[in-house]
Write a protein that binds this ligand. Sequence first.
Ligand code: AMP
Length: 319
Amino acid sequence: MQSSGNSHIGNWFGMMKQAKELQGSGNECLYFVADLHSFTSKQDPELFAANQAAGVLDWLALVIDPQKSIFYRQSDIRAHTELLWYFSCLTPMGLMERAHSFKDKTAKGLEANVGLFTYPILMATDILLYDAEVVPVGKDQKQHVEMARDIAQKFNHHFGETFVLPEAQIKEAVQTIPGLDGAKMSKSYGNTIEVFADEKTMKKKIMSIKTESVDLGDPIDPDTCNVMALHRLFENPNLKNLEDQYRNGDIGFGDSKKQLFELVWDYFADARAKRAELASKPDLVEDILRSGAQKANAIAEAKLELVRSRFGLSGKHLV
Ligand code: AMP
């Protein structure tokens, strides 16, 4: 996940929750903060450092058990940027030109740089360097995982078996989490609810969720309401009753939003406490990252050596 702002509930339900479940079921997991990816949108050193640190804390608070997963920052592993070049020379332009995410972002007027265009190739390095078999992602990333698979296939075909072909793991029920305006929740669209927003900000955001115009006392269809969609996601124990209230015109959007805020705030209470504790222990966080980077680097460097040799590069560097 890119470190380009604080984690939002689309990230949590779309991917992080699955990542946590995979970690708990005896798999060998590698998770990282994709800080290099964030340069595709902004190149601001202070903002970069702040977002990188926030990404690390969010992941440690919400997902990572350092005893079970290898956790690191992408930028600590140099193999990514080198492999990006080898893959770039093997990837047809047409493959990148088909990327929905690139097309959507440019269609919405976002300024595109070459990094944004080729970021699925950097993402392919994230996956393929470690022989990942399964990649938990939201629906928007399905195509990028398929591209990583295409690149692996092309490489293996050209040079012989080198990379494992990865599969995207997408949970049907939470493929695309809607944002405040009902469109896909995304940092790029400014419609997010951050998991670790302070109480006032979270309340304000939830109160600003877009709803249809209905007179007080009139029935509301619970199946078309953005607020209700979030009640469902957070498994409101009072759901049935709330649906009846909607249908009978016994509740307005304001009250429904207030209840939603309480639900969301409580849902993340433990993670919030854990994050605050970790934020007060920078040495502990640094130790976790160092240990993760060492383990990840050993795997990545071994794979990179193999790739270099496939291209005919000698293992010996003169400098
Ligand atoms: P990003 O924030 O774009 O780097 O995405 C990080 C991960 O969160 C990816 O696996 C995305 O598929 C997932 N994700 C982001 N936004 C959503 C959303 N609105 N619904 C479901 N998954 C999402």
